[in-house]
Design a protein around this ligand. Structure first.
Ligand code: GLU
Length: 502
């Protein structure tokens, strides 16, 4: 059997990171099995449609590097891949079910439905629903006289199409992640398939498209698990063979308390979307992983491990290696906790491995955005000194600001601890020695300084912290002589200025 999988998001806003993980697992599964990864836009719910969301989905997949081989924006023989353009297909499918007696027209108004629910609630029914127990008391093509039904339809009376679910049966299937899953049809309602506005519901459109698009495996989030009961009943009603199903575990909040939602981004100071999203209000606007400064490869590596592991100690994977290692059978059943430190760790590992030139290119716009002069040669020297110290490229301008631009801050507490005015003349002597060093490079500078400490009769431990403060304004940072090499003679001026401070 050839593998064809789909990612089927609804364009209701920015694509949540959980959706990106679903896309990634579909992508990995498709590539691993030499299959096809399809993008389908499920936009049948007009009320929840958000302009720009479809574009966002495409941009996000492109940024991550997990692009579909077929589907919306990519073409293919089984399109259109946007559900709003497939209305006729769903209508025809629904009529087919009505004709075979597996579905029916229902003319009940909102008031009638409310009355039915209230009546059942009064009778002590915990979750009132439109099902076999009440359908014959409602106004539908099963309960009404066929002539009346024809008249109602002819008169254009608003109606929906519902699936006829027979009670007392078991729906059983084997989930690729959860093993055997069982539903009792007595618990299920007669789901609406076509709404009063003529649009299909998610359930009908999803099943019809999976069938017409020849989907072999449905890999989706756990929140859709309960829908699978109706989906399987639909396959049975159509007499189509269903795809295999795999339901992925939820992504949980960092504190483990419930499912990660878009609001948790602001609550925990973490990104929950791949790219930034500008909503109508500040509350509806979100900063993405990209804008936080994450590299897409690190985000994919992080997401791959949210719910799966390869069963070995290896944690760092390129996309190709993930394809090779991925196995749906190793996806966990229980929720996966979002761990920001782990996300940062993946990014740190990633930037450490990358060629310096690549990081330098990423840094350029960030440096320029601060109004600092861009000096590529200098940047090539700075970057290797900081990739060990930062998790994100975007942290480099702050961490190395004193090398890009002038010194702006001074750790006065450290100054009080290390600086003694009587050391001034010694340091001035040392500056003279360093000034004469040719070439002005870290190694040569260090050698000259060492000789200087001896001849001036001071301990390196007395002087080096002061030089560090003078150059960097704090005690952290790369080696003193590496900094000096980058700053050049300007570094020596900083030392002179420092010594003259009192
Ligand atoms: N449109 C659904 C969503 O937004 C698709 C669920 C599925 O994959 O069946 O996630």
């Amino acid at each position: 059997m050839s593998v064809r999988v789909r990612f089927a998001p609804s364009p209701t806003g920015a694509l949540h990171i959980g959706g990106v993980r679903t896309a990634l697992y579909n992508y990995l599964f498709a590539k691993k099995n030499h299959g096809i990864f399809i993008l389908r836009i499920e936009d049948t719910d007009q009320a929840r449609y958000v302009p720009g969301a479809e574009e966002y989905i495409l941009d996000a997949l492109r940024w991550c590097g997990i692009e579909p081989t077929e589907g919306q924006g990519y073409g293919g023989k089984l399109g259109p891949y946007r559900q709003s353009e497939r209305k006729a297909v769903y209508r025809e499918a629904a009529l087919q079910l009505v004709e075979s007696g597996k579905a029916y027209y229902a003319f009940d108004t909102e008031e009638e439905l409310d009355r039915m629910r209230a009546r059942l609630a009064d009778a002590g029914v915990a979750a009132p629903k439109y099902d076999a127990s009440v359908r014959m008391e409602m106004r539908n093509s099963l309960s009404l006289d066929p002539l009346e039904v024809t008249d109602l339809l002819r008169a254009g009376t608003p109606h929906v199409v519902r699936l006829r679910v027979d009670p007392g049966k078991q729906v059983v299937y084997r989930d690729l992640i959860r093993e055997e899953v069982r539903f009792d049809t007595t618990e299920l309602d007669d789901k609406v398939l076509i709404k009063a506005d003529g649009m299909p519901t998610y359930h009908l459109a999803n099943v019809v498209d999976d069938h017409h698009m020849d989907i072999s495996h449905v890999i989706r989030g756990e929140e859709w698990l309960s829908s699978t009961a109706h989906h399987l009943l639909l396959y049975e009603a159509f007499e189509w063979s269903p795809p295999r199903y795999a339901h992925l575990p939820l992504i949980m909040r960092p504190d483990g308390k419930g499912k990660l939602s878009k609001r948790d981004g602001a609550r925990f100071g973490i990104p929950v979307f791949p790219l930034s999203w500008k909503g109508d209000t500040a509350e509806e606007s979100f900063t993405g992983f990209r804008e936080f400064g994450f590299e897409p490869e690190a985000v994919l590596n992080f997401l791959a491990f949210l719910g799966w592991n390869p069963g070995t100690d290896q944690e760092l994977f390129s996309l190709d290696e993930l394809v090779e290692a991925f196995d749906l059978g190793r996806v966990h059943r229980s929720g996966a906790r979002f761990d920001m430190d782990k996300a940062l760790w993946f990014n740190h590992q990633y930037i450490k491995q990358r060629p310096v030139q690549e990081i330098v290119s990423k840094l350029k716009p960030l440096v320029e955005a601060r109004g600092w002069l861009w000096d590529e040669r200098k940047c090539l020297e700075i970057v290797p000194l900081f990739t060990e110290r930062v998790n994100l490229v975007s942290e480099i301008p702050d961490a190395a600001g004193y090398l890009f631009s002038e010194l702006r801050t001074m750790d006065e507490e450290a100054v009080r601890k290390h600086w003694k005015p009587e050391l001034g003349p010694v340091i001035s002597e040392l500056v003279k020695i360093l000034e004469a060093v040719e070439p002005f490079e870290a190694q040569a500078l260090e050698q000259a300084a060492k000789a200087g400490f001896q001849s001036l009769n001071v301990k390196p431990g007395q002087i080096l912290p002061i030089l560090r403060l003078a150059l960097a304004g704090g005690l952290q940072g790369p080696g003193v002589f590496q900094m000096l090499q980058i700053l050049g003679k300007q570094g020596l001026s900083r030392i002179r200025t420092f010594v003259a401070r009192d």
